[in-house]
Design a protein around this ligand. Sequence first.
Ligand code: SAH
Length: 227
Amino acid sequence: MSFAATILTLYPEMFPGPLGLSLSGDALARGLWSLTARSIRDHGLGRHRAVDDTPAGGGPGMVIRCDVLGAAIDAAVPAHDPRPKLLMSPRGKPLTQSYVRELAAGPGVVIVCGRFEGVDERVIEARGLEEVSIGDYVLSGGEMAAMIVIDSCVRLLPGVMGKEASGTEESFETNRLEYPHYTRPREWEGRAIPDVLLSGNHAAIERWRREESERITRERRPDLLER
Ligand code: SAH
């Protein structure tokens, strides 16, 4: 069975968007994963299909209604669907490579995309939504965050990346940032490719890469070395 992604959003026309191109797009066309985008507004109330209302207790902005979102989730996802139900949210558990690996190993994801101030807390509890954050900044909606979750999962699915190894040496897989890459030409604007990489000495190349990887991690993300 392939990885199945179901998105609940006010903007289903945003999908597949960038996920329809390049690595994820090819994999989508090859049936290695599937994508369904459902409109929350289909379950909106009244003639205007209202999905949001003012926050209880006052304050700025609008909140997505629990009854509307609950109905949208129930219509899109069967009761015993084994997939985790995620809510994109700046309050959520941080998305990390190990979390991505966990998700990619499973049957897929259901992702709810928030808008406005967010969603009524009761639907998070009642439908068991797991809040996930892509970083400590605020977006205007969950759609791009959902694309990031899916993109990071899809590239790990079996058969998606050309070389099996190319997923294991990368940044974060070993709590190290990646070493620098070079390709032709051998010299460009007075800058040469480091000699060791052209030496054919695989042990020396490996050592150089490991050292560079540690140096860059120490300089840029010392917090990773402590994990
Ligand atoms: N009032 C909220 C922000 C709402 S932003 C707060 O202060 O926490 C609107 C929507 O964008 C959110 O419901 C969420 O779905 C999405 N979003 C914003 N920032 C995000 C982030 N860092 N990670 C994941 N989703 C995010």
